[in-house]
Design a protein around this ligand. Structure first.
Ligand code: SF4
Length: 450
């Protein structure tokens, strides 16, 4: 393989080739001006975390564009209320920028709470609100007293940093709810699931696995989330954290404040799903739970493995480029792809840290390009360099793949197919197979250089 071209010198320590470069990627650095990062803004980061709380009001205090940008941003499903799918905005105009937007925020909040009767309200502060200095917490406090529901300011002005800073702000907002209620009945063995957003009903599949083992899910934070479940989340015995990038801060705060231990897990790929179930079953030191988990995994695998073999034969020789938000997903994807005969030649994330990249480096084969906080130009060049013929990413990576004329699998917000759990592994293999084997690529491959 030819040498990786040099793009921006300041990014040298964020790109390496496994087996060739001896250094480790640091990760977690601010994006470089001019590098056109794939990362979203702070406000967007907070919005994607809080959005799936289905019975809450989500009000964006800012110009209409910030709200439109994140309207229905995740395909999160709800088993009940759908208030969350509305995108409310104070629609700030020039006169509010000049004279202030607090009164407009107060009026809008009161009107929406009276009309929709939410269990709580989240108020997102955007860039311009940070600039003009509206006192959002004061307005929230005033409305909370008046309407007698939690009204939580999410001080996530977009210019503060990157999407990852928004995750932290969202965790702090959630923490204001936790511990506020004791009314829910809690099972003997209880957990909270942190960091699954129920994109295609996955949270329901995972909850069902735990129910079969004998474990009660107190709160799902935030997929198919409910305000009162979150208020009771302090009473669970264990937190399991899937999307560690977004939810680790909350797990740590709950550990400090309420003494709830946490385990990092992933529900993507066979090994990781099985591990997530065993980790919880063994945590409670209860033989029945361990036996139930063993039985469940055995039953699911006996159904799954013969089906996977078919895909493995068909996909042998496929080379994948992975570029996703969180590192936990990239790590699981490398393992899951290997199971179906696909090798990973590019692995990158928006928000990975040094430890994540060390793990990725260990997991990937020699020659794999690892990249932190990449951009469309770099990713396109890496695809050409490695000859990847499958791209796995999200909405911003889809056009990169299609412009290069290679197959694409959506593993992010917009997908409609459940990719977590054991059934998710079959769905994932099917999705990969469908796109890689599409006849359309016969017409586009000639444009793939070199
Ligand atoms: S960067 Fe600022 S203006 Fe743009 S969407 Fe984010 S909060 Fe809104």
């Amino acid at each position: 393989m030819p040498a990786v071209p040099q793009f921006l010198q300041e990014r040298n320590r964020q790109i390496l080739t496994k087996g060739k470069d001896a250094f480790d990627i640091v990760g977690g650095q601010p994006s470089l001006a001019g590098a056109v990062s794939q990362r979203a803004c702070v406000y967007c980061g907070s919005r994607v975390v809080l959005y799936p709380i289905a019975d809450a009001l989500h009000l964006v205090h800012g110009p209409i564009g910030c709200a439109a940008y994140t309207w229905d941003i995740r395909g999160s499903l709800s088993s009940g209320p759908d208030l969350f799918r509305n995108c409310f905005s104070t629609d700030l105009r020039e006169k509010h920028v000049v004279f202030g937007g607090q009164q407009r925020l107060f009026d809008t909040l009161c009107l929406l709470i009276d009309k929709h009767r939410p269990q709580a309200a989240f108020v997102y502060s955007t860039c311009i609100v940070g600039v003009i200095g509206d006192d959002v917490p004061a307005v929230c406090k005033q409305v909370q007293l008046l309407k007698n529901i939690p009204v939580i300011p999410v001080m996530a002005e977009g210019f503060q940093g990157s999407k990852k800073d928004g995750y932290r702000i969202a965790c702090d907002a959630l923490f204001q709810l936790i511990g506020a209620d004791d009314s829910k009945t809690i099972g003997e063995f209880s957990i909270n699931i942190l960091g699954d957003f129920n994109l295609a009903g996955e949270l329901w599949m995972l909850s069902e696995y735990y129910r079969r083992i004998g474990i009660h899910v107190v709160a799902s934070i935030t997929g198919d989330g409910r305000v009162n479940d979150i208020r009771n989340a302090h009473r669970a015995s264990l937190n399991i954290v899937q999307c560690a990038g977004s939810m680790m801060h909350l797990a740590q705060r709950m550990n400090e404040q309420f003494g709830i231990p946490f385990r990092k897990v992933s529900f993507f790929g066979i090994e990781d799903v099985a591990d997530a179930l065993y980790q919880v079953a063994t945590f409670f030191h209860n033989q029945t739970l361990i036996d139930n988990a063993t039985l469940l995994v055995r039953e699911e695998l006996s159904n799954l493995l013969p089906q996977l073999d078919v895909f493995k034969n068909a996909l042998h020789g496929t080379k994948a480029a992975i570029y996703v938000g969180g590192a936990f997903k990239a790590i699981s994807l490398v393992k899951a792809l290997r199971l179906i005969g696909v090798s990973t030649v590019i692995a990158g994330t928006q928000t990975g840290n040094a430890d994540d990249y060390k793990l990725l480096k260990k997991l990937c084969d020699d020659g794999c390009i690892l990249v932190d906080d990449s951009n469309p130009i770099e990713l396109s060049e890496f695809v050409k360099l490695t000859g990847a013929n499958l791209f796995i990413g999200g909405v911003k990576e889809r056009p990169i793949a299609y412009k290069l004329g290679i197959a694409f699998c959506d593993h992010n917000h917009e997908r409609k197919v459940a990719l977590a759990g054991f059934q998710g592994m079959i769905n994932f293999a099917q999705e990969v197979y469908n796109t890689v084997s599409s006849p359309v690529w016969r017409f586009t491959r000639p444009h793939l250089a070199p």
